[in-house]
Design a protein around this ligand. Structure first.
Ligand code: ZN
Length: 168
């Protein structure tokens, strides 16, 4: 349970930084696949998460938190944190799969903040966690809207008749 605002800020900073980096990765990946629509969405999401990073940094200053606890945060693959390489961005990843990866992590971020909001006894921490949970809920909605535009891939999506030339 998070008992104070600086812990929440540290976690939020790690979470938002990771999200903005992952969205940038996903945007680049979609550009490689010439899917500029989805790439644009991911760039937009990366920008939104970057704004959040700025917001969290601002709050850190406002609360005069000198040293944020060192926290690391990583996205997980849709099949869970068990996978050894959580963000193996397969070169054949379809928009649907990229969006699914984003969805899972947005839902996770939402659940994380919402969990703090309900469990913390610190009123200020609770309020900020609630605000952040609300933002993540919006992201979940945005990603879901996009997923509705892209069908779930066939079971053999990773079969490639003409694999790209690999340099060694
Ligand atoms: Zn988000």
């Amino acid at each position: 349970m998070l008992s104070n605002i600086s812990e929440l800020l540290a976690h939020a900073l790690a979470l938002e930084l990771e999200a903005s980096e992952r969205y940038t990765d996903l945007a680049e990946l979609m550009e490689v696949h010439n899917n500029y629509d989805v790439a644009r969405l991911f760039r937009k999401m990366a920008d939104i998460e970057k704004l959040h990073v700025g917001h969290i940094r601002e709050l850190t200053k406002r609360h005069r938190v000198q040293n944020l606890p060192d926290v690391s945060y990583r996205w997980i693959a849709p099949d869970g944190p068990e996978s050894t390489d959580p963000i193996d961005l397969h070169y054949l990843m379809t928009p649907w799969q990229a969006l699914k990866l984003a969805l899972v992590n947005e839902q996770r971020a939402h659940a994380y903040y919402a969990g703090i909001a309900t469990s913390t006894r610190d009123e200020e921490t609770r309020r900020l966690a609630q605000e952040l949970a609300g933002e993540e809920a919006e992201h979940v909605g945005m990603v879901k809207n996009w997923m509705a535009k892209y069908p779930e891939p066939e079971a053999d999506w990773d079969h490639d008749d003409d694999p790209p030339f690999l340099q060694d």
